[in-house]
Design a protein around this ligand. Structure first.
Ligand SMILES: Cc1cc2nc3c(=O)[nH]c(=O)nc-3n(C[C@H](O)[C@H](O)[C@H](O)COP(=O)(O)OP(=O)(O)OC[C@H]3O[C@@H](n4cnc5c(N)ncnc54)[C@H](O)[C@@H]3O)c2cc1C
Length: 484
């Protein structure tokens, strides 16, 4: 049994959804595109699983968050795919891939062949067993990567209102789950080995703000230690968490967020890997000789031109943009330059919301009101701004830090940068550039592929008064909007 398609996407997550939208915008015929996913539902916005999905009141449920609602684009329900002649092969795992023959073998025994393959297999949650701890299969131990996991978190959470949850891991998943558990009236203790939460991104100062905020909501932090084992009750449920430092934490439920591993197994030995992911070039093409295989999203390690090195990112914006870019590169190779991506991460917890652009490294300059207002940080490396973080910004301010980071302005005076704070980014972003960045739009306004962005040397002092006024207005406007 076999079928043939021009384009096949293996994996049906965020990247697959955005790639499908881009294919339709660029014009494909019915029957040309097939998406194979082991999840039983059409692609959806995965970040919703740790946010709206876990709310006690009016929680988000499919079909409301199918891609591409995250970018205010079309909501791609199964009907959407059907109407466009896109074959959605759901609940079906690709068991093996033969890249020399351009074929995939699925768990139902079907052989699917392609002319172009987009690998969008994402990543899986790391299990405790991989760190020598047993008990992942206990019914009150939860992970959070897909819809099935999220349903389990909801069920377990509902069964232990007023009880105790231990969250293992202080990264994205841990922080977002902890906030959701608190909102569901569960007492939360977070355990992680680092000195502070979000250790891969936050500085101690930034982390201290969020930890203080979480503590004000009742969350307890146990840092610098790890889980060593579980204590089980007579029904096989976890009753307590035993830590390596000897502490025992009673637990009605456990949420584990200890990292992810890219799903590369299908392609190992056939494609080059780097930094845990499938290594692709600036056109997102993998290393196989015939140039027909692309990799996008969490599973891809791609060159980040801005930093002059390859990165594998685990964030939704990168999944969305790399997917759209790969489709542009496949369908319009002549007019599509190299992928030029500015890394962007965000999170929303409680009433807080932050965005980060660029890279961390070099010296950090903090600015703003760390007592609960708007604050942020800049990272300066080799005399240039390379990264920006902002909590509590308005849309315009986030846009400004994004633009300023992309421009990599020269920074001669760190003290001045600290004094100017957010005003610096606002001024840089408003300054007319001598030669504006070159962008080409794909067929959609939101799918812009950046061809080339020169590095500008900008000195901003003159723009600061204007920026301060804009900043004051934006702050006032932002507060009004939040009240609405
Ligand atoms: C709970 C949660 C919250 C998050 N929140 C944020 C956030 O706030 N901000 C942010 O920037 N990022 C966030 N992320 C990260 C973001 O969701 C990911 O970066 C993004 O989903 C990556 O998209 P992807 O398409 O590469 O992979 P995925 O969305 O993981 O999709 C991969 C798909 O491939 C399928 N698959 C894998 N192997 C096979 C196979 N052999 N056969 C068939 N199908 C297969 C998987 O089942 C899955 O459907 C969050 C992630 C999670 C889990």
């Amino acid at each position: 049994m076999g079928r043939a398609f021009v384009y096949v996407i293996v994996g049906g997550g965020v990247a697959a959804g955005y790639a499908a939208l881009e294919f339709t915008k660029r014009g494909i015929s019915s029957g040309e595109l097939c998406i194979i996913s082991d999840e039983p539902v059409a692609p959806y916005e995965r970040p919703a699983l740790s946010k709206g999905y876990l709310l006690p009141e009016a929680p988000a449920r499919l079909p409301s968050f199918h891609t591409c609602v995250g970018e205010n684009e079309e909501r791609q329900t199964p009907k959407w795919y059907k109407e466009r002649g896109i074959e959605l092969v759901l609940g079906t795992r690709v068991k093996s891939a033969d890249l020399k023959r351009n074929t995939l073998l699925t768990s139902t025994g079907e052989t699917i062949s392609y002319k172009f393959l987009i690998i969008a297999t994402g990543a899986r949650a790391l299990k405790l067993e991989e760190f020598g701890v047993k008990g992942s299969d206990a019914e009150n131990v939860c992970y959070l990567r897909d819809l099935a996991d999220a349903n389990r978190v909801v069920d377990v959470m509902q069964s232990c209102t007023g009880g105790n949850a231990v969250v293992i891991g202080g990264g994205y998943i841990g922080m977002e789950c902890a906030a959701s558990l608190v909102i569901n009236k569960i007492n939360v203790t977070m355990v992680f080995p680092e000195a502070h939460c979000m250790a891969r991104l936050f500085t101690p100062e930034i982390a201290s703000f969020y930890e203080g905020y979480y503590e004000s909501k009742g969350v307890k932090f146990v840092k610098g230690t790890v889980l060593s084992s579980f204590e089980f009750d007579s029904n096989g449920k976890v009753a307590a968490v035993i830590l390596r430092d000897g502490n025992r934490l009673p637990a009605d439920m456990v949420v584990v967020g200890i990292g992810i591993r890219p799903n590369t197994t299908l392609f190992e030995g056939q494609l080059a890997l780097e930094k845990g992911g499938i290594k692709v070039n600036g056109r997102l093409q993998a290393s196989n000789s015939n140039g027909s295989v692309y990799a996008v999203g969490d599973v891809a390690t791609f060159p980040v031109k801005l930093f002059g090195e390859t990165r594998r990112l685990e964030h939704v914006d990168s999944a969305r943009k790399s997917a759209r870019y790969a489709v542009a590169a496949i369908m319009d190779p002549e007019n599509t330059g190299e992928f030029d991506y500015l890394p962007f991460f965000y999170s929303r917890v409680f009433a807080l919301s932050w965005q980060f652009y660029g890279d961390i490294g070099g010296e950090v300059i903090h600015f703003g009101d760390f007592s609960g207002g708007k604050f942020g940080a800049y990272w300066v490396s080799n005399g240039h701004l390379v990264g920006s973080f902002l909590e509590g910004g308005t849309k315009e301010e986030y846009k400004a830090i994004s633009k300023a980071t992309r421009l990599k302005p020269a920074i001669d005076d760190l003290a001045m940068l600290e004094t100017q704070g957010l005003g610096f980014a606002l001024a840089v972003s408003q300054r007319p550039s001598a030669s504006p960045p070159v962008e080409i739009s794909s067929s959609t306004a939101t799918s812009t592929v950046v061809l080339e962005r020169p590095v500008y040397v900008l000195h901003v002092t003159a723009g600061v008064l204007v920026a301060a006024a804009v900043s004051a207005f934006a702050y006032w406007y932002g507060r009004r909007r939040r009240r609405w």
